[in-house]
Write a protein that binds this ligand. Structure first.
Ligand code: FAD
Ligand code: NAP
Length: 509
């Protein structure tokens, strides 16, 4: 609800929609950008009307503030007076009003739990709810979670540890078979050692302050028994009496959506021009992090802009289409690459572009619901991408061409304004030349008169020609990504052509 990125607004019902369906533009009110909001919060103006006091808010009191000119919202037990933020909310006032005078936590989580509202709204903080919910949602005691899982036929993970003179091994018993190296994310930062194991929609968290120093660690997964071993190398060969001190959420198994995003600081290693406005950023993960972003998933980058933490989603790519195509098994854990378009009037990307080599950006754990494992039987893969909506296609394409045994055909239809906007055009053409299963078509909405290729926007005609199956009953997947109205329009057209929900995957936040 708050600080919705431009690509996901306006909401279907929002007053910011110029026209229903089809191509809609969002009018940006003069002086009401997020940057203007940040400036207002720094102005010293009293935004709560309480002259800096924090109060305890009862439910009755909260309910009274349910109008546009007097709107309070509770998120995770804290109450904000969002009245002054109304006009700055990128998702529109109506969207914000859906939670007026009530607890908006669930709505907020549904739309963008990743947004750092504490930072965006800190000057709007009115106080805490007077009565805290008995057990905050998602923080169910382990026994209760375990009961729920047991009903679903699943059981909670557990852990154990043992040591030799030089090593300490933490063993996580996930009790799941489809666990791999992507499933576990380990960070050793300052005094905190944190391992998050992703099991379907849940996270199992080990979070401790280790009792002794370590030099480094490695992670192994025994897939067939679902066992994860994190091997810590002791700094000194002494015997540890205990593993350490439990920290927040230690040994808990909680729904992933309730874990909050965990960030680590990564260093900018290189920045290369790809088109006139798009750059390839290479970031290095800290050596004390074990982390891989699964195909089709995105992460959040976080920067502090004028004292406010701003977070935006980005989809990691491989460093090139061709290198990974040749040597797909060479997974490089250490570096993470992003193709990012710089919007001169944007909030986040100009700041990112200003970073010098050696500067730091925080990267979150991966998010997203794309699961390549579901597509092992795939025969035809169709990719519809517009602008930077190409980014999730990069790893999907690489993965499909190298790992899906029955794959016959991969086609990419890539929509851009002009030839200069096409990301990695020559790499795509080389790939199509090398691998006969792959084909690419460029469609331009604002081409020069010399352009001989396809023109226009996504349309029934373009799709009917493009979406030809290799056989009548072939297993198909169609992936689509781009500006929200492009994606929505594409999905409508695909449904009109009788493709089922299972055959379509749209990338969204
Ligand atoms: P913004 O401040 O959001 O502005 C973008 C443009 O919109 C500017 O031209 C601005 O002037 C205009 N604008 C802003 N607000 C309004 C308004 N209210 N009305 C009208 N116009 C407005 N991008 C990539 O480049 N690479 C990726 O890999 C990538 N992956 C993504 C993955 C996901 C899951 C999602 C949802 C998005 C992804 N994006 C990606 C987009 C990215 O998250 C940002 O939205 C984008 O970088 C713009 O951020 P910004 O803050 O610089 O611009
Ligand atoms: P762009 O250059 O503005 O547009 C790319 C192409 O899409 C252009 O041909 C454009 O035509 C066309 N287009 C735009 N709106 C359309 C619509 N309503 N219907 C049909 N065609 C339309 O794109 P961009 O600036 O790179 O933006 C890419 C978008 O993808 C961003 O919104 C970003 O958030 C999103 N994205 C999402 C993910 C994800 O995983 N969800 C990942 C990466 C990027 P015109 O010339 O007419 O504008």
């Amino acid at each position: 609800m708050l600080n919705v990125p431009s690509q996901s607004f306006p909401a279907p019902s929002s007053q910011q929609r110029v026209s229903a369906g089809g191509r809609s533009k969002v009018p940006l009110k003069q002086g009401r950008s997020l940057m203007d909001w940040i400036r207002l919060t720094k102005s010293g103006k009293d935004l709560t009307g309480l002259k800096g006091r924090l109060i305890e808010v009862t439910e009755e009191e909260l309910k009274k503030h349910n109008k546009k000119h007097d709107c309070w919202i509770c998120i995770r037990g804290f109450v904000y007076n969002v009245t002054p933020y109304m006009e700055y909310h990128p998702g529109g006032e109506d969207e914000l009003m859906r939670a007026a005078g009530s607890d908006g936590t669930d709505l907020f989580d549904q739309v963008h739990r990743w947004v750092n509202y504490e930072s965006m709204l800190k000057e709007c903080l009115v106080g805490r709810m007077a009565v805290k919910p008995a057990v905050p949602k998602g923080m169910l005691p382990k026994s209760q979670v375990t009961d729920t899982l047991a009903k679903e036929g699943r059981s909670s993970p557990s852990y154990d540890w043992f040591q030799t003179d030089s090593l300490v091994t933490i063993v996580i018993y996930t009790k799941q078979k489809d666990i791999n190296l992507d499933s576990v994310i380990v960070d050793h930062q300052d005094d905190s050692f944190r391992a998050e194991t992703l099991i379907k929609d849940y996270s199992y968290i080990i979070h401790i302050e280790l009792s002794h120093e370590i030099e480094d660690f490695s992670v192994r997964v025994v897939e067939n028994v679902g066992k994860i071993e994190i091997v810590l190398k002791k700094k000194e060969n002494t015997s540890w009496k205990r593993l350490g001190h439990p920290l927040e959420n230690h040994n808990s198994f909680i729904p992933k959506k309730d874990t909050g995003l965990y960030y680590r600081k990564c260093q900018l290693i290189s920045k290369e021009d790809v088109t006139h406005d798009t750059k390839l950023f290479c970031l290095m993960l800290p050596p004390s992090t074990h982390f891989q972003v699964p195909v089709g998933q995105h992460v959040y980058l976080k920067l502090t802009i004028t004292g406010t933490e701003i977070v935006k989603p980005y989809t990691p790519v491989s460093d090139s289409l061709l290198s990974e195509f040749k040597e797909p098994v060479l997974l490089n854990n250490k570096y993470i690459y992003f193709l990012i378009k710089i919007y001169p009037t944007g909030l986040f990307t100009p700041e990112l572009d200003q970073l010098q080599i050696g500067d730091f950006v925080s990267i979150s754990n991966p998010e997203g619901n794309f699961k390549i494992s579901q597509f092992q039987e795939l025969e035809d893969l169709f990719l519809l991408a517009a602008g930077t909506g190409f980014t999730p296609m990069v790893k999907v394409l690489n993965y499909a061409l190298t790992n899906i045994p029955n794959l016959r055909k991969v086609k990419l239809m890539f929509f851009n304004k002009t030839e200069d906007d096409i990301i990695w055009r020559s790499q795509l053409e080389k790939l199509a030349f090398k691998d006969k299963r792959f084909d690419v078509e460029f469609v331009l909405s604002a081409p020069t008169s010399e352009w001989n290729g396809k023109r226009g926007h996504i349309s029934p005609d373009l799709l009917s020609e493009f979406l030809k199956r290799s056989s009548d009953k072939s297993e198909v997947l169609i992936c689509i990504c781009g500006p929200t109205p492009f994606t929505e329009q594409g999905i409508r057209l695909l449904h009109d052509r009788n493709f089922s929900e299972e055959e379509i995957h749209s990338f969204t936040a």
